[in-house]
Structure formats: structure tokens, C-alpha cells
Design a protein around this ligand. Structure first.
Ligand SMILES: NC(=O)c1ccc[n+]([C@@H]2O[C@H](COP(=O)([O-])OP(=O)(O)OC[C@H]3O[C@@H](n4cnc5c(N)ncnc54)[C@H](O)[C@@H]3O)[C@@H](O)[C@H]2O)c1
Length: 336
């Protein structure tokens, strides 16, 4: 049995508590939130869990094997570092930290102590995303040309962390997973309308090897909730709509075929091809449940998570390049 302490029971924490509680082999042993008023609900829902307002109680408890951190991003590094130093395995919400230096320090610490360090890139545990990855890897889309994503809604705004760092990690983690590469270069534009210096809307372009391109539009200042990604390949195209309850993925047999002209040597004709639209069956498991189960399995077996510290670092490197580009009004910035 893996005894888990959850730190942060605000908006997202209750989802993690429910999933940790339900994963076989895991026990929600402690729930910690600096705001005592958040803990009353924990007592009602999980009477067997101990509650505390002090993270130090978690570090000191020999009964805790692993820690799940769901506090605002500004505290991720400090809490994850303290947890690792106390010998606990760590699952930290995205982004792993707020700089690549911090992420590297966490990776080093986890490696030295042989502890699991995992980041909550939830979409990498989403059956719809896994299905798209399968289609790409099987070559069903042909050559992938480009993908673009829209992740907008009204609300869940942050006072200090811009929409790039709070929302775009999702899309970057999906694109890195699907393409299996880091982008070479990033260009980002955005603006702050509500609070100076905190961008509410960003448009991020990512340039991958072999001419593959990605684009992300994220905003918390938008009339409707949209969670949609389009992937365009030479053979087929996919639209992934995460808001849909059925038919999240639609595969379009559409493309442009380059065929020999026939009469003029070396010349090609371009023919539009439009075929069927398929809705693949995808398993309906909850992505966060899969993520929590994966964490528990990695702790039990001592294996590296699919979204390990290195993966968290990769996403941060892209975010850092995008942030530099934002500050240079969209100038292309190399991802280092
Ligand atoms: N994977 C996803 O889809 C997803 C969705 C939403 C949020 N998140 C992530 O979850 C994390 C939390 O976001 P949220 O929206 O729930 O934030 P929130 O502000 O609603 O909740 C954070 C909670 O943490 C507590 N807290 C803060 N510092 C603490 C400390 N040092 N010790 C103990 N408790 C502390 C606060 O009192 C608060 O209750 C963020 O990292 C965010 O990026 C992930």
C-alpha cells in the first residue's frame, strides 16, 4: 500500500484526492492545506485521512511514502524539493517548476535519492490523446504537417502567473508527446488586458524538425469554452474536441494528393481527396485516474513515469523560450 499525502486542496486538489482514494494500492493518508477552512470537507469525505495546515507535518511523518502537490505553481519547486529531501516520492502538478534551473535541481535530487519524480501532464494520460498518438505512430495520418490547438474559456484567471505558464503547459505536453520531438524554435505574442504584465491571451507558434509546425491559442478571456486540437497529415486529418462527450476524435480521410501529370514529364497535379469520417472508439477512463494509477505503479515498481522530471523540464524549456519571445514581441527564440 502506498500512503499518499496531498498538499493543496483548492480547486484541483479535490479531484486528485478522489482519484488517489480510488486507486487500488494507494491510500489517501494525509491532506494538507494552508487554509484550514478547506479541510472540513476532507474530514467529511475521507474520515480516515489525517488533516494538517503545515507541510512540515507531512515531511516528518514516517507513515507517508509519497506526496502529491496541487498548490499554485509558485510553490511547486519549494514543496517538491522539501518532499524529496524528506525521502518522499513526488507527483507535482504542472508546471513542474518555474525555471529550468529549478526543474534540474529536482531531477538531480530525485535521482540521487532514487525517488520517483513525476509531473501531472494529465493529457498524456488521456485516452483520446493516446489514440491520436497510436494513429500517428501507425502512419495512418501519413506525414504529420502541423497541429494547432485552442484552449480558451472565461475565468480561472490567475493574478500573478500568465496564461502561458498556467494553461499552455497542457498543449506543449500534448505536442511533445504526439510529435516525439522538442521544437527547435518558438515564437509567441500575447497581451494583458486585466492586469498589467500578466498576459490573458497568447498565441504560441512552435517549429519542430522537418518543417512540422504547432500553434497554441490560449486565453481565460473568451466567451466560450473551447478545447480543440486539429492535426493535419498528408493522408488523414484529426480533430480532437475534448469538450465533446462522444466522438472526441474525428478522423477525416481528407488530403491533397500529388500525382504525376502524365503528359508533362516532371510536373505534378494536386488532387483533393475526401473520404469517410471515422469516430474511433476510445476507452472512457478518467485521465486523472490513469495518471494517479501510473504514479502509484511507478512508486511500487521503482520505474520512471511517462511524464518524469525530464519531461517536466522539456515543457519548461519551451515555456521559457515562449516567455522570452513574448517579451521580444514575437521574435523567434531558440529552444535550448
Ligand atoms: N492538470 C490539470 O488539468 C489542472 C487543472 C487545474 C489546476 N491544475 C494545477 O493544480 C495546481 C493547483 O491549482 P488550483 O487551481 O487548485 O489552485 P487553488 O489556488 O484553487 O488551490 C491551491 C490550494 O493550495 C493551498 N496552498 C497554497 N500554498 C500552500 C502550501 N505551501 N501548503 C499547503 N497548502 C497550500 C491553498 O490554500 C489552496 O487551497 C496548480 O499547479 C495548477 O496548475 C491542474
Amino acid at each position: 500500500m502506498v500512503n499518499i499525502a496531498l498538499i493543496g486542496y483548492g480547486y484541483w486538489g479535490p479531484n486528485l484526492a478522489r482519484n488517489v482514494h480510488q486507486v487500488p494500492g494507494a491510500k489517501l493518508a494525509v491532506c494538507c492545506d494552508a487554509d484550514a477552512s478547506r479541510l472540513a470537507q476532507v474530514n467529511l469525505l475521507y474520515p480516515l485521512a489525517t488533516v494538517t495546515t503545515r507541510a512540515e507535518d507531512v515531511w516528518a511523518s514516517p507513515a507517508v511514502d509519497a506526496v502529491v502537490i496541487a498548490t499554485p505553481a509558485q510553490s511547486h519547486f519549494q514543496l517538491a524539493k522539501a518532499a524529496l529531501e524528506a525521502g518522499k516520492h513526488v507527483l507535482v502538478e504542472k508546471p513542474l517548476a518555474l525555471s529550468s534551473e529549478e526543474a534540474r535541481e529536482l531531477i538531480k535530487l530525485a535521482d540521487a535519492r532514487k525517488l520517483v519524480l513525476m509531473v501531472g501532464h494529465t493529457f498524456v494520460y488521456n485516452p483520446a490523446v493516446l489514440k491520436i498518438k497510436e494513429l500517428i505512430d501507425q502512419g495512418q495520418l501519413g506525414d504529420v504537417y502541423y497541429a494547432y490547438s485552442t484552449r480558451v474559456n472565461l475565468g480561472r484567471l490567475h493574478r500573478d502567473l500568465n496564461v502561458l505558464w498556467s494553461v499552455v503547459p497542457h498543449d506543449i505536453s500534448i505536442l511533445l508527446f504526439l510529435f516525439g520531438h522538442m521544437p527547435l524554435e518558438v515564437s509567441a505574442r500575447g497581451n494583458s488586458y486585466l492586469k498589467s504584465g500578466v498576459e490573458d491571451v497568447v498565441f504560441v507558434s512552435l517549429f519542430f524538425p522537418n518543417g512540422v509546425m504547432g500553434n497554441v491559442h490560449a486565453s481565460w478571456l473568451d466567451p466560450s469554452k473551447v478545447r480543440r486540437m486539429t492535426i493535419v497529415g498528408s493522408q488523414k486529418m484529426v480533430i480532437y474536441d475534448d469538450v465533446e462527450s462522444e466522438g472526441k476524435i474525428k478522423v477525416y480521410e481528407k488530403g491533397v494528393l500529388k500525382v504525376d501529370h502524365g503528359e508533362i514529364f516532371g510536373e505534378f497535379q494536386y488532387k483533393l481527396h475526401t473520404g469517410d469520417i471515422h469516430i474511433p472508439k476510445i476507452d472512457l477512463s478518467e485521465p486523472l485516474r490513469n495518471e494517479c494509477a501510473h504514479f502509484v505503479e511507478c512508486v511500487e515498481k521503482g520505474t520512471k513515469p511517462r511524464t518524469d522530471g525530464e519531461n517536466g523540464l522539456q515543457v519548461i524549456k519551451v515555456l521559457e523560450a515562449a516567455q522570452r519571445s513574448l517579451e521580444k514581441r514575437g521574435a523567434p527564440v531558440e529552444v535550448r
